[in-house]
Design a binder for this molecule. Sequence first.
Ligand code: 5AD
Ligand code: SF4
Length: 452
Amino acid sequence: MNIATNRLRPLTGAGRRLFIETYGCQMNAGDTEIVVSIMQREGYVYTERIDEADVILINTCSIRDNAEQRIWGRLSEMRRLRRERPGLIVGVIGCMAERLREQLTEGDRGVDVVAGPDAYRDLPRLVRSAEAGAKGVNVLLSQEETYAEIAPVRLDRNGVCAFVSIMRGCNNFCSYCVVPYTRGVERSRDPETIVAEVETLFANGYREVTLLGQNVNSYRFGEVDFPELLRRTASVSPQLRVRFATSHPKDMSDRLLETMASMPNICRAIHLPAQSGASTMLRRMNRKYDREWYLGRIAAIRRYMPDCAITTDLIAGFSGETAEEHEATLSLMREVGYESAFMFKYSERPGTFAQRHMPDDVPDAVKSARLTEIIALQGELSLASNRRDVGREFEVLAESVSHKRDDQLAGRTSQNKVVVFDRRDWRPGDYVRVRITGCTPVTLIGEPIDNR
Ligand code: 5AD
Ligand code: SF4
């Protein structure tokens, strides 16, 4: 719908207040900003206060069962709110809406609107129909939708770092993963709209963008592939930092590493989910690489960028995991020496290949024990990595006043490590040269070298 037709009829939102609660990954955080933009065009006003909202949307995640359980818990609290405030509209959007549309609308769940990840342009109509007393449901997945021309309303308030969605969906079908079912097929967004969005962000004072997609390395729009998109984005200004997530090891090309190495404002940080260190397990996971390939990619990263931080995702206790396979994950962690990791216990997801064909046969206590070991080892590796940084100098992009002490600023190094340092006259958005003087397992402590 274009703006001209919008003006010919009254806006359906007309000052009504919208509150959105977001769960899950960065893609969801980005989608929430798109939804706010779509709803604002209809006259809705975004509020951060749930108690004054006329419409509450919950942007949901299905990646593990505990994510969904939290949301069911939230929905029962919403039922109480609805009893207190007749006329309140409650909607569930995102992955769980896609996966559980029937359960969400049956009986009295207290859900008026259900919208999947590709149906957000339809939200104003869905909310209107809910206001008229019918449930508003749209979970159609699309082959094309990228919300390319919608300018997200930035909700993160530091005004320095922003996420920019460059593609949606996933075609990889890792056997444990629900994402290809909830977010649909992979599609890339027009690079001109991406670069235009990044230029606007830079002009508005932003100094860091993170290009987001489930598998950014397979980005392609016409002639433009991911290394080319990265080059164009980083060319907006040398004063703009560019990050990206997430990379799939199978598509991590030398051309991408070359592009990164050639532009200092592309950050020295790669998130490269391994999931497991055992080739036998990687085959069962349908990851399309083995341990040797993965280690080859790590060696290539180190060749091109010796100072590059590497982080990962790991799953403990996937179907059939043996003690040796678990040991292989621990040894991979030691061999790579990850800066940090997201670590999960396998959670069987309905409809996935694993749920249909591979029994979830590792006892929960074993999964937990293995996860605990993985977390403990990563704690050691992160601390060792931080200790190596003590005495070194980094350029830190200041992001915000530290939440612990207001005479300190928090920012990040190119390697994506958080540094806390004396504020003096520096402000968020400034680049500050900092010498690291100490560390905890999760934070570096530094002092600015230049005076201001
Ligand atoms: N159980 C546990 N972890 C999962 N992930 C994806 N699916 C599952 C699952 N069923 C993890 C993977 C992925 C991250 C986003 O979530 O490690 O990289
Ligand atoms: Fe899920 Fe694999 Fe796609 Fe990542 S690459 S979203 S783990 S299917």
